[in-house]
Design a protein around this ligand. Structure first.
Ligand SMILES: [Fe+2]
Length: 237
């Protein structure tokens, strides 16, 4: 489908094939719901003064917190204005999204400060404050993600082209350090329901990435989750 968008400056152009497949955001949201459910438990389980364990867990907290920040930054930069311009009725929902992102950002700042203190001391009282801060992120985020899935994603699916939607994923991949890629990709693969995983893998990853996964990244991801969850990694789905 080809349609001309309203003449409002930046969007005054023809967008081909308006409408996009937004299913990847549900995978990403599943990872964050899982992360903020599991990370506080891991933090609370670190023995007092065990700096090695605090480093392993702290690195995972940093990765998930950073991933969430980057994910929200992408939506702030690439999604809200487009949705508001193309679907003015969505403005109220966008305002809610912006306010929720701001609140999550404040809570992440609190968690970041506590993380910096805890990972160098493994002090249990600080660890408890960090775990509670991560619980707070998870609670606020849970509400936000639910609203976003109900009020925003269906509008984006209608109003954005596939290329525009994919800018969100590109932003996420570009803003995280290269070393995080095996974990980022491994979590995405595990967050796809098992029966759909092989097909998702073939349909969504370019051949060079599939090869890199098989040769190198899968091993790194396995080492990461085995170190983090020695008794077995809790399922993402
Ligand atoms: Fe969001």
């Amino acid at each position: 489908m080809t349609r001309r968008l309203p003449s409002t400056g930046a969007d005054d152009r023809v967008v081909d094939e308006t409408g996009c497949d937004t299913s990847d955001i549900f995978i990403i949201h599943r990872i964050f719901r899982w992360g903020y459910r599991e990370l506080p438990r891991l933090v609370r389980a670190v023995p007092a003064g065990d700096l090695e364990r605090a480093t392993t867990v702290g690195n995972a907290v940093e990765l998930v917190d950073r991933g969430l920040h980057v994910h929200h930054e992408g939506e702030d930069e690439l999604l809200w204005d487009r949705l508001e311009r193309r679907e003015p009725g969505c403005a109220m929902h966008v305002d809610v999204m912006k306010a929720q992102h701001a609140r999550v950002s404040e809570l992440l700042d609190v968690a970041d400060g506590l993380l910096a203190e805890w990972r160098t001391t493994a002090d249990p009282a600080t660890g408890e404050r960090l775990a509670a801060a991560l619980d707070d992120v998870g609670t606020t985020l849970g509400v936000h993600l639910g609203r976003e899935e109900a009020d925003i994603v269906p509008v984006a699916a209608r109003m954005l082209s596939q290329a525009e939607w994919e800018e969100l994923g590109e932003h996420g991949r570009g803003a995280l350090p290269k070393e995080a890629m095996p974990v980022q990709l491994g979590l995405m693969i595990d967050a796809v329901p098992e029966g759909e995983r092989d097909e998702w893998f073939r349909a969504n990853l370019p051949a060079p990435v599939r090869l890199l996964w098989a040769l190198l990244m899968r091993r790194k991801y396995t080492a990461w989750h085995r170190a983090l969850f020695p008794d077995g990694m809790p399922a993402l789905v």
